[in-house]
Write a protein that binds this ligand. Structure first.
Ligand SMILES: Cc1cc2nc3c(=O)[nH]c(=O)nc-3n(C[C@H](O)[C@H](O)[C@H](O)COP(=O)(O)OP(=O)(O)OC[C@H]3O[C@@H](n4cnc5c(N)ncnc54)[C@H](O)[C@@H]3O)c2cc1C
Length: 302
């Protein structure tokens, strides 16, 4: 989708929004798959009500991209423009055991910046790629913790009402790999409450999380992390392994040999290859174990 109207382009520039035409989303996503559209890089979130209002008047649909590490995007000319919050020049603000952090900030960098202030708790999240905003939307978690448990408030642009407001963690409704934030709401910043801890202790547990991750995940290949959510009390990776489907290939897409719930774009996979692999594995799990698997990866395939 192209932003063609010169008046709208001038307004974008006025709001400090950088217009990057014809971007291949394959280059913006960790799976390395996805077609072409215009990307609007937003430096001042305060412009969101005006910006979204203007896109709507223009009849331009939009999607919001964080770090692109949990997305499977279709090929071809995409029917929506992509909004992306810029992290440039923004530092976390510390207030005792609380930190206020921008949604655009890198999650891993935030964990290490907090560590330097002797604030811990989130060490297990080190190595989860992507932005704070994406992590909040997905309620990213690893090694027994989830980001939602540290959140006090979230400042969010609400599409219904076209305004920015601050809501409590309760209203944000964090659950296993999801939140109750509406799909077209945009998180702008969050206030977290962390645990005071000595720096060396935090550093040691960061190192341990990194080691575990390196030993169990295909970090050198293109993936979007776990493809499916684990049903309560069960592990999708283990089930796929038990079915002997590690290494199973559809076109250029492969089930990782290292972690069977990671699907890899190893041989120039298309979105269609990945979708066919997802359907195939879903069906095999349904037949063998009776689970209807739910996707953890977000599909931008419509
Ligand atoms: C190698 C690897 C390992 C991973 N390990 C883990 C893991 O251990 N645990 C885990 O939970 N995940 C893991 N993931 C998945 C992924 O990193 C997380 O889901 C991450 O939090 C997504 O953040 P993102 O910024 O990349 O989001 P994106 O992929 O850009 O977007 C994901 C969704 O969030 C929405 N979104 C993004 N920013 C905002 C915002 N500001 N406001 C509202 N919505 C927003 C998008 O619209 C989209 O719907 C892994 C991925 C990879 C590639």
């Amino acid at each position: 989708m192209r932003v063609e109207n010169p008046q709208l382009r001038a307004r974008l520039a006025g709001w400090g929004v950088e217009h990057r035409p014809d971007q291949r989303l394959a280059e913006w996503t960790s799976l390395g798959v996805g077609g072409t559209t215009d990307v609007l890089v937003i430096r001042q979130a305060q412009c969101l009500p005006d910006l979204i209002g203007a896109l709507e008047v223009e009849g331009l649909r939009w999607r919001l991209l964080g770090g692109g590490s949990n997305l499977l995007v279709r090929e071809g000319e995409l029917p929506w423009v992509v909004l992306h919050l810029s992290a440039r020049g923004r530092q976390p603000e510390f207030l005792g055991t609380r930190v206020r952090v921008q949604a655009a900030a890198d999650l891993g960098r935030t964990v290490t910046e907090c560590a330097r202030q002797n604030l811990g708790g989130m060490e297990g999240l080190i190595g989860v790629p992507g932005s704070m905003g994406g992590a909040l939307r997905m309620n990213a978690g690893a090694y027994g913790i989830e980001i939602g448990q540290f959140v006090r408030t979230v400042t969010v642009y609400r599409a219904a009402g076209n305004r920015i407001e601050t809501i409590s963690a309760g209203e944000a409704g964090f659950r296993y790999r999801q939140s109750a934030i509406a799909p077209d709401d945009i998180m702008i910043e969050a206030e977290l409450e962390l645990l005071p801890k000595p720096y060396d202790e935090i550093r040691a547990s960061i190192r341990m999380s990194n080691q575990k991750r390196r030993a169990s995940q295909p970090l050198n290949e293109k993936s979007a992390g776990c493809i499916f959510k684990n049903p309560r009390g069960a592990s999708v990776g283990k089930m796929i392994d038990e079915l002997g489907l590690k290494g199973h290939r559809v076109g250029g897409a492969v089930v990782s040999e290292r972690h069977a719930n990671f699907f890899i774009n190893r041989f120039g996979a298309t979105a269609d290859d990945l979708l066919r692999l997802i359907d195939f594995i879903k069906e095999r799990i349904r037949q063998a174990f009776g689970y209807e698997l739910e996707g953890e990866v977000i599909l931008w395939t419509d």
